[in-house]
Design a protein around this ligand. Sequence first.
Ligand code: B12
Ligand code: SF4
Length: 533
Amino acid sequence: MHKLRIAIIDLTTKAPTRTLYARVMNANLASIMPQVIAVWCEEEHDVTFVCYTGFENLVNELPDNVDLVFIGAFTEAAQLAYSLSNLFRSNGSVTALGGPHARCYPQDARQYFDYVLGFTDKTVIRDVLNDCSQHRPIGIHITAKQQPATLPGVVERWKFIEPTLRKSPLIKIVPMIGSLGCPYTCSFCIDSVVPYQPLDFDVIKEDLRFLLRKFRRPRVGWHDPNFGVRFNDCMEAIEEVVPPDSIDFIAESSLSLLSEPHLKRLKRNGFRAILPGIESWYDLGNKSKTGAKNGMDKVLQVSEHVNMILRYIPYVQTNFVLGLDVDEGSEPFELTKRFVDMTPGAFPAYSLLSAFGQAAPLNLEYQRANRVLPFPFHFLNNNHAMNVKPKNYSWPDFYDHVIDVTKYTYSWRAIFNRLRTNKSTIPRWMNVVRAVSSEGFGRLRYYTELRQRLDADPQFRDYFEQQINELPQFFVDLIRKDLGPLWKWLPREALYHDPNAYLKSEIDTSLKTVRVIKQGQVLNREFDLEVCK
Ligand code: B12
Ligand code: SF4
């Protein structure tokens, strides 16, 4: 095979930005897989790697004359990715999409990419490189049978990590991963049906040694869906190579794994930030170790638990989902406000209930009940649109509650309480920046605008009520503004998608086309594959 010229683009954001929080954090949101794919491709080909953080002029960063482009995108960046694909295809390149959007919306993405990749291992990438040909108008969906057994570590990815971290002026967080999948089964989660699987501890140890040589005090962000499931093994690996408290670690972990003995050990090993999911006051008790406790009883127990975590770990972000079917009336929101009062040191992060295509089997239920709205992907990031019609609230009612709890959480009083309660410098100021920047004040402004339009603009309300399909101009204008010069490359039909594509693909399996190709030949791997061309 001749040497290919390959571009790999990691989209950490969907639009240009100038916010303070984005300046501090966006380069630290880089994904691991685009770096992994760059390592695999570079074994035989020429690679140009671009990590877009919202501060670059993206069009100027794009390499020309490439044979194949891989784009990694969350759903919020799908329209940006579709525009890029169209631009590259017009210049003769073949394009491939991977990442959360490709996993959640393969049916839609196939209209705009030659390849759409689900679980991606080295064999999948090799198949794409060997074939490297146009598949239009409908691209090929390829997915490995399961998550990869191994991934290149930091040492191998360093060439791509280093230039990305250079874009981060203050805090540099190196992305690492120790496991894939999760043993829990939270019904809304993309990993609820993906088996837990640890990655190679020897690679992790080598990476940590390497980082200790590179930085005076490294910072590592674990991308594990649920860090510390094999807690002792993880800690032993760290303790073997890292002197106590010499690397700062950040991890997402469930409350059930954060017992006091575990916290003592995490503190000793330098864990500085933990992001546990609480999600709901009425559901998912197994995840927060609250069992059958609900309502105020759960608030009391979780608040006590989080305050205990804060005695060991200086930065705690507690994740909540707003609008779950178990929620009704003002009580869930009032309980969250009590939690904010009782746990002043934690930073609460709210996600609006979102059904990301085929991420979780639960989404089939929403689709069957015709409750999924076709908001453009650009707004599907857990905040800019809730695409599931709430079961127990009208839209105005729901947004009133969301605004109320957001105002309360990012009020000057709550900001001051967080500042006063936290003692370490970075957590104190990070909380302030997040509250006054796009996340706190920014979202409040946005929700308030949506809420006003629900009253003032009948077309807007009709769209939310699924009475009309025509997209309100408000959303079109935002996408146009965000895409800037790339707007002209966005195929107009890509503003719309079928919100029930997952359900339809379950009913009509010919739509569920997963194929593996090699040098133009279709190969059926171990799983049943439908023919798609
Ligand atoms: C770690 C994590 C983060 C980290 C790191 C993000 C990052 N850039 O990787 C942080 C905390 C920063 C984060 C932020 C956000 N996240 Co997040 N995050 C996760 C989490 C917990 C694990 C994902 C992970 O890294 N897994 C390990 C990798 C190796 O496996 P994988 O993701 O399954 O990827 C496989 C394939 O998809 C493929 N692949 C992945 N990337 C690529 C790229 C290319 C080019 C190719 C070819 C293949 C490929 O290969 C992998 C191996 O098979 C998932 C939930 C979960 N349980 O999975 C949510 C999840 C991915 N996040 C989600 C969301 C919504 C967000 C935010 C938008 C939230 C917000 N409002 O701020 C931001 C977006 C940040 C950004 N744009 O970078 C959603 C995405 C849904 C979607 N369709 O877009 C998820 C699924 C959670 C959910 N709500 O259901 N997140
Ligand atoms: S614990 Fe976290 S990663 Fe695991 S299934 Fe639940 S939400 Fe998903």
